[in-house]
Write a protein that binds this ligand. Structure first.
Ligand code: 1CP
Length: 365
């Protein structure tokens, strides 16, 4: 397993009878901190969701945003994949647009489409109507996180938020977008407005992450899902300072920070340097290349192609073993997919992958 020369071995000072293992001892938190682990931690982006029949049942009559704001539903849905698959972390059930809605933006999550914004943000006057987020807007998020961590015990909960670029894309385009044309038009056509919009979104994401960490989340992931549509120079000039302000804005709380985007092979070093402890890697770049591109200084997370979960088991098994082997060369490795679980995935295959990752990555006796 990972044996970083700088890694320290921690010992519990309290007697085991009174203090059992905590999330700080979990393989997820240890791998993120580049400390040695007995086996690689594994979780899946979108592990809670439509691939699970128990999720489809609970969501049948409840709209997405309502389910995200109802603590008992959030708790149940967050725990479902942990119970079923035996993953090493829960991811908070919510959405990147929840803090925008909580702050007062009129939006909905439309089944089969995704987030749709009633009045897109395209002018200075539109931005002036975009409020800041305060913890008082989201008491339900605090309650949900507190309930979940009480249930999880020593299993860590990962909190998350959308990064400014990806959030801006939904707000400016008004919904999901293939080419992000209006977003890029604002970035290049009115850089002052763009920067002010991203600064406001950074405030919202920072607050949303702080609320989750203060309520008990043991790690956080910043999703910049669509930032791979930018080249490096535009990323550094127009986006990185804002993502940095989110990641550095939670540094004092001391939990590991994971930074992830899709198609970001050309941006991995810059995204890691923006204030991450762990760099998320999609399936287009090998973990070996990701380690090299980030100078061997960051833990890596990834990177099984979600489509391979539909391949015959021997092909899938071979690929999982390759990724585990590449991960051993990294200063820390969290096994995950290269992007979210596809809705038609057979959940039994996911459970089998968890078992295989644990077996293949276990320290030899
Ligand atoms: O009908 C349904 O069940 C709603 C589908 C759904 C779900 C389950 C949406 C709508 N959001 C979610 C939950 C969600 N969203 C989670 C929860 C937990 C988990 O991972 O298990 C998370 C982390 C997100 C984050 C999210 N929302 C991202 C970043 C992650 C990624 O996939 O890149 C993005 C881009 C969104 C926007 C969004 N919300 C929903 C959809 C379908 C989309 C994507 C729309 C698009 O293609 O632009």
């Amino acid at each position: 397993m990972s044996t970083s020369p700088t890694a320290e071995t921690t010992t519990t000072s309290e007697p085991a009878a009174t203090s059992g293992p905590t999330t700080a001892d979990s393989t997820l938190v240890r791998a993120a901190r580049r400390q040695p682990v007995p086996r690689a931690p594994v979780w899946f982006m979108r592990q809670a969701g439509r691939s699970l029949p128990e999720y489809r049942a609970i969501r049948e009559h409840v709209p997405m945003l309502e389910s995200c704001r109802t603590p008992d539903l959030v708790t149940e849905i967050t725990l479902q994949p942990v119970r079923r698959h035996g993953v090493d972390a829960a991811i908070f059930f919510s959405d990147i647009v929840v803090p925008l809605q909580a702050a007062g933006v009129d939006l909905d999550i439309v089944p089969g489409t995704g987030p749709v914004v009633a009045e897109p943000v395209r002018t200075r006057a539109d931005l002036d109507r975009l409020p800041e987020l305060t913890p008082e807007h989201v008491p339900d998020i605090t309650r949900s996180v507190q309930q979940i961590v009480a249930e999880l015990g020593a299993t860590p909960l990962i909190g998350f938020a959308g990064a400014p670029f990806t959030l801006a894309s939904y707000l400016v385009e008004g919904g999901p977008s293939k080419n992000h044309e209006r977003t890029k038009a604002m970035m290049h056509g009115d850089p002052a407005l763009w920067h002010d919009l991203c600064a406001r979104l950074a405030q919202i994401s920072r607050t949303f992450l702080r609320v989750q960490i203060e309520a008990g989340a043991s790690a956080v992931q910043l999703f910049d899902s669509w930032v791979g549509h930018l080249n490096r120079s535009d990323y550094l000039r127009h986006v990185e300072p804002h993502s940095r302000s989110v990641l550095e804005g939670v540094a004092d709380l001391g939990v590991p920070r994971i930074h992830f985007g899709v198609g970001t092979g050309e941006l991995l070093l810059q995204m890691a340097q923006a204030g991450a402890d762990v760099i998320g890697v999609d399936y287009r770049v090998s973990l070996t290349d990701a380690v090299e591109r980030t100078g061997g200084r960051y833990a890596v997370q990834g990177n099984l192609d979600p489509a391979l979960l539909f391949a015959p088991w021997p092909a899938l098994e071979a690929r999982v073993r390759e990724i585990v082997a590449e991960g051993r060369q990294a200063p820390g490795h969290i096994f995950n997919l290269g992007h979210g679980v596809l809705p038609t995935t057979d959940p039994e295959v996911l459970t089998r992958v968890v078992q295989l990752v644990h077996e293949a990555s276990a320290l030899e006796a």
